[in-house]
Design a binder for this molecule. Sequence first.
Ligand SMILES: [Zn+2]
Ligand SMILES: [Zn+2]
Length: 346
Amino acid sequence: MRGLAKVERSSGAMEFVERQKPEPGAGEVLVEVDYAGLCGSDAGIYEFESAFERMELPTVIGHEYAGRVVEVGDGVTEFGVGDRVVERPIRGCGECYQCRIGEENVCQDAVITGVDHDGAYERFIAVPERALHPIPDDVEQRHAAVAEPTSIAARAVIENSRVGAGDRVLVEGPGPIGLLTAQVAAAQGGTVVVSGVGQDADYRLPLAEELGFETVNVADDDTEARRERHTDGVGYDVVFDTTGHPSGLTTAVDEVRKGGQIVLVGQTGETSMPYSPLVRAEIDLQCSYASMYEDFERSFRLIRDGDVDCETFVDTRFSLLEADEAFETFIEGGTCKPVFDISELA
Ligand SMILES: [Zn+2]
Ligand SMILES: [Zn+2]
């Protein structure tokens, strides 16, 4: 079987490689992958950002996917052939202090599917059953492929933010995590505005509007006037920074109200700014990282109930057989959440 792998330590450099169909070991199941999404971190691997220098190459990428169990290894008790599943792709070691106290999302020694071992951009993948999550009957397979990023947003909003009914919320960054965060924040009762930059004007901000959000293009709009209008000059109760850019945090400081909260979801990188104004305004600076079992449970319910509108959100225009086109378009902001039909690899 062939899988789409990162093959060289440079930008681009994705190729199909031949792989043996894996045998499920003890405690593992063999999953046939139906659909797999393209995530910001997959684009980070494509561009070979420094966070991925630890990768051994070639590695088949892809970690957001939905499939079916086709074979079970020895000792598997929870899953059987035919079960529809997604994987929780960030696997805690189960032994460090954080894993022992139920914080496996910040495990000291986590491994990530599609980064530290072969991922889901291939037809079959062997997965420990403890990393699998069943797909509820009333969630369709293509939509289940976005359960993983939805779980990240569910954690950011429900677990780590104070967004409640009537709150004024700004989500910075209309990428996949941003637009999922916006949808979950709206489900929590927040009034949500989504902001983007110039390159988001063609696809991502219009998609945010289609999903029901007012949008701001910080490249063109008078953001101060917008803030004045949206929040009566007070500032937003909660600002989520999903941009993954240093300016996301400094802008969030301008946008949040005194006494409000900033939730960092994207990986900001390095920035410097005066912190005293944050202290004097008693700003709650909260981080959110990855997701856990409970966040996946919530993710499926949000998808099932239509709080997350997968039909509008998922972009089906791309094929993994022409992956460069999907990656380049993603990086230029011309798509938000491509989901590939992996059966094309058969
Ligand atoms: Zn992802
Ligand atoms: Zn651990």
